[in-house]
Design a protein around this ligand. Sequence first.
Ligand code: NI
Length: 150
Amino acid sequence: MAIRKVVVEGDPVLRVRAEEVPPESFGTADLAQLVDDLIETMRSANGVGIAAPQIGVSLRVFIADSSDGPVALANPVITGHSAKTVTEEEGCLSVPGQFGQVPRYRSLEVEARAIDGSRLKFTAEGFFARVLQHENDHLDGVLFIDRLKK
Ligand code: NI
């Protein structure tokens, strides 16, 4: 495990669509290492989520803290969401010192792969759903400052 340097706003890696994790990467030591590094880096920065582009790796992988601990998702897709949104304050390890009110869907349906390649399908709500939306945005080059409530 290693704490990696978190890239900040202005680095182009935060503004591009990250690549899908290719099928042959699932179950590999390299992917497990990436996830370990993401978790350690998130913990060291007291974050509640972190996406691979934030450590300069343009892959569709992120970590989101849940009540059961950190969850690692690869190639996530938000397949459904509530009509209602909730607006709360967010910040980001890649946008140090800035916070703002961001509307997010209250609940989500998510499909993804675990790092062993197994299929995951679940619903999320509340704070966990917020973190998932924030991290999923990172995979598309979107930052929370793009979504501030006007
Ligand atoms: Ni962020």
